[in-house]
Design a protein around this ligand. Structure first.
Ligand SMILES: [Zn+2]
Length: 197
Protein backbone atom coordinates (compact mmCIF):
# COMPACT_ATOMS: atom_id res chain seq x y z
CA UNK A 1 0.00 0.00 0.00
CA UNK A 2 2.83 2.31 0.89
CA UNK A 3 4.51 1.50 -2.37
CA UNK A 4 1.36 2.27 -4.31
CA UNK A 5 0.78 5.56 -2.52
CA UNK A 6 4.34 6.57 -3.18
CA UNK A 7 4.00 5.78 -6.85
CA UNK A 8 0.90 7.87 -7.24
CA UNK A 9 2.55 10.73 -5.38
CA UNK A 10 5.47 10.60 -7.77
CA UNK A 11 3.15 10.69 -10.76
CA UNK A 12 1.53 13.84 -9.44
CA UNK A 13 4.88 15.44 -8.88
CA UNK A 14 5.91 14.60 -12.41
CA UNK A 15 2.72 16.22 -13.68
CA UNK A 16 3.44 19.32 -11.65
CA UNK A 17 6.98 19.41 -12.90
CA UNK A 18 5.84 19.11 -16.49
CA UNK A 19 3.35 21.92 -16.00
CA UNK A 20 6.24 24.14 -15.03
CA UNK A 21 4.85 24.84 -11.60
CA UNK A 22 8.01 23.80 -9.90
CA UNK A 23 10.28 25.58 -12.28
CA UNK A 24 11.79 22.44 -13.65
CA UNK A 25 12.90 21.14 -10.30
CA UNK A 26 13.91 17.54 -10.46
CA UNK A 27 11.98 15.82 -7.75
CA UNK A 28 12.62 12.15 -8.15
CA UNK A 29 13.44 10.33 -4.98
CA UNK A 30 17.13 9.66 -5.02
CA UNK A 31 17.84 12.74 -7.08
CA UNK A 32 20.37 15.06 -5.55
CA UNK A 33 20.79 18.76 -5.15
CA UNK A 34 23.16 19.15 -8.10
CA UNK A 35 20.28 18.53 -10.45
CA UNK A 36 18.51 21.59 -9.23
CA UNK A 37 21.45 23.91 -8.95
CA UNK A 38 20.39 27.15 -10.52
CA UNK A 39 22.02 30.42 -9.62
CA UNK A 40 19.06 32.43 -10.86
CA UNK A 41 16.85 30.91 -8.16
CA UNK A 42 19.42 31.39 -5.43
CA UNK A 43 18.22 34.39 -3.42
CA UNK A 44 19.40 34.77 0.13
CA UNK A 45 16.48 34.96 2.56
CA UNK A 46 14.13 33.11 0.22
CA UNK A 47 13.22 29.43 0.33
CA UNK A 48 10.91 27.18 -1.65
CA UNK A 49 8.58 24.63 -0.19
CA UNK A 50 6.82 21.82 -2.02
CA UNK A 51 3.95 20.10 -0.27
CA UNK A 52 2.02 17.11 -1.56
CA UNK A 53 -0.77 15.41 0.35
CA UNK A 54 -1.84 12.10 -1.06
CA UNK A 55 -3.94 9.66 0.95
CA UNK A 56 -2.26 9.21 4.29
CA UNK A 57 1.00 10.50 2.94
CA UNK A 58 2.27 14.05 3.31
CA UNK A 59 5.49 15.00 1.56
CA UNK A 60 7.33 18.25 2.20
CA UNK A 61 10.52 19.45 0.55
CA UNK A 62 12.36 22.63 1.46
CA UNK A 63 14.90 24.13 -0.94
CA UNK A 64 17.04 27.01 0.21
CA UNK A 65 20.36 28.77 0.00
CA UNK A 66 22.57 27.51 2.79
CA UNK A 67 23.04 31.10 3.89
CA UNK A 68 19.49 31.13 5.33
CA UNK A 69 20.27 28.49 7.92
CA UNK A 70 24.03 28.58 8.33
CA UNK A 71 25.04 32.18 7.62
CA UNK A 72 27.72 31.03 5.16
CA UNK A 73 27.85 28.68 2.18
CA UNK A 74 31.11 26.80 2.34
CA UNK A 75 32.46 24.01 4.47
CA UNK A 76 32.78 25.03 8.12
CA UNK A 77 36.38 25.80 9.05
CA UNK A 78 36.59 27.17 12.58
CA UNK A 79 35.36 25.25 15.62
CA UNK A 80 32.53 27.74 16.00
CA UNK A 81 31.45 27.15 12.41
CA UNK A 82 31.54 23.39 12.91
CA UNK A 83 29.38 23.71 16.01
CA UNK A 84 26.95 25.88 14.06
CA UNK A 85 26.77 23.35 11.22
CA UNK A 86 26.01 20.53 13.67
CA UNK A 87 23.31 22.62 15.31
CA UNK A 88 21.73 23.43 11.95
CA UNK A 89 21.64 19.75 11.04
CA UNK A 90 19.99 18.81 14.29
CA UNK A 91 17.40 21.59 13.94
CA UNK A 92 16.57 20.45 10.42
CA UNK A 93 16.20 16.90 11.63
CA UNK A 94 14.22 17.70 14.77
CA UNK A 95 10.45 17.83 14.72
CA UNK A 96 10.21 21.61 15.04
CA UNK A 97 10.12 22.61 11.37
CA UNK A 98 6.39 22.12 10.82
CA UNK A 99 3.28 21.84 12.97
CA UNK A 100 0.09 20.22 11.77
CA UNK A 101 -3.53 20.21 12.89
CA UNK A 102 -3.27 17.82 15.86
CA UNK A 103 -6.42 15.89 14.87
CA UNK A 104 -4.74 14.78 11.65
CA UNK A 105 -2.23 12.77 13.70
CA UNK A 106 0.69 13.23 11.35
CA UNK A 107 3.88 11.44 12.23
CA UNK A 108 7.16 11.71 10.42
CA UNK A 109 8.32 8.59 8.65
CA UNK A 110 11.32 9.81 6.67
CA UNK A 111 13.90 12.59 6.57
CA UNK A 112 16.65 13.27 4.07
CA UNK A 113 19.15 16.10 3.83
CA UNK A 114 20.90 16.92 0.58
CA UNK A 115 23.73 19.38 0.99
CA UNK A 116 27.27 19.47 -0.33
CA UNK A 117 28.33 21.33 2.79
CA UNK A 118 26.21 19.86 5.59
CA UNK A 119 26.05 16.33 4.26
CA UNK A 120 29.09 15.92 2.01
CA UNK A 121 29.24 12.14 2.30
CA UNK A 122 26.37 11.79 -0.14
CA UNK A 123 28.31 13.59 -2.86
CA UNK A 124 31.50 11.82 -3.75
CA UNK A 125 35.06 12.81 -2.87
CA UNK A 126 35.72 16.01 -0.96
CA UNK A 127 38.04 17.38 -3.65
CA UNK A 128 35.02 17.84 -5.87
CA UNK A 129 33.21 19.87 -3.24
CA UNK A 130 36.07 22.25 -2.75
CA UNK A 131 36.28 22.73 -6.47
CA UNK A 132 32.54 23.23 -6.79
CA UNK A 133 32.35 25.65 -3.88
CA UNK A 134 35.14 27.85 -5.13
CA UNK A 135 33.53 28.00 -8.57
CA UNK A 136 30.10 29.27 -7.61
CA UNK A 137 30.64 30.73 -4.14
CA UNK A 138 27.05 29.73 -3.34
CA UNK A 139 25.48 26.57 -2.12
CA UNK A 140 21.91 25.32 -1.79
CA UNK A 141 20.49 22.54 0.30
CA UNK A 142 17.32 20.53 0.24
CA UNK A 143 15.53 18.69 3.02
CA UNK A 144 12.79 16.18 2.28
CA UNK A 145 10.33 15.03 4.92
CA UNK A 146 7.65 12.39 4.68
CA UNK A 147 4.79 12.13 7.12
CA UNK A 148 2.00 9.65 7.58
CA UNK A 149 -1.31 11.15 8.76
CA UNK A 150 -3.85 8.81 10.38
CA UNK A 151 -6.70 11.29 9.70
CA UNK A 152 -5.65 13.19 6.57
CA UNK A 153 -9.06 14.85 6.12
CA UNK A 154 -8.51 16.62 9.43
CA UNK A 155 -5.38 18.34 8.22
CA UNK A 156 -6.52 21.96 7.99
CA UNK A 157 -3.33 23.93 8.48
CA UNK A 158 0.40 23.48 8.30
CA UNK A 159 2.34 25.95 10.36
CA UNK A 160 5.73 26.49 8.76
CA UNK A 161 7.98 27.00 11.77
CA UNK A 162 11.07 27.15 9.61
CA UNK A 163 10.99 30.90 10.22
CA UNK A 164 11.18 30.42 13.97
CA UNK A 165 13.99 27.91 13.77
CA UNK A 166 15.97 29.91 11.22
CA UNK A 167 15.54 33.70 11.28
CA UNK A 168 17.53 33.89 8.03
CA UNK A 169 14.33 33.12 6.12
CA UNK A 170 12.38 36.20 5.04
CA UNK A 171 10.07 34.51 2.59
CA UNK A 172 9.11 30.98 1.60
CA UNK A 173 7.33 30.37 -1.68
CA UNK A 174 5.00 27.39 -1.44
CA UNK A 175 3.63 25.14 -4.15
CA UNK A 176 1.22 22.64 -2.67
CA UNK A 177 -0.87 19.87 -4.10
CA UNK A 178 -3.76 18.89 -1.87
CA UNK A 179 -6.53 16.40 -2.71
CA UNK A 180 -8.78 19.29 -3.77
CA UNK A 181 -6.23 21.06 -5.89
CA UNK A 182 -3.09 23.10 -6.20
CA UNK A 183 -2.31 25.96 -3.88
CA UNK A 184 0.37 28.59 -4.15
CA UNK A 185 1.34 30.75 -1.22
CA UNK A 186 4.00 33.17 -0.16
CA UNK A 187 4.77 32.80 3.53
CA UNK A 188 6.62 35.20 5.80
CA UNK A 189 7.58 35.17 9.49
CA UNK A 190 4.33 37.03 10.23
CA UNK A 191 2.19 34.81 8.00
CA UNK A 192 3.64 31.37 8.31
CA UNK A 193 0.49 29.26 8.14
CA UNK A 194 -0.40 27.28 5.05
CA UNK A 195 -4.13 26.58 4.80
CA UNK A 196 -4.98 23.14 3.46
CA UNK A 197 -7.76 23.20 0.89
ZN1 LIG B 1 24.41 32.22 -1.73
Amino acid sequence: MTQFAHQSWLNKLILLTCSGLFGGAVLAAGGHSHSRHNDAAHVHGVGELEVVQDGNGLFISLYSPLENVLGFERSPKTDAEKVKARRVKSLLQANGMFAFSPDAQCKRTSYKLYSEVLNPHSHGPSDDHQHHESESGHSDFRVAYEFECAEPAKLKVIDVRVFRQFPGFEKIEVQALFPKGQVGASLTPKQSTLVVQ
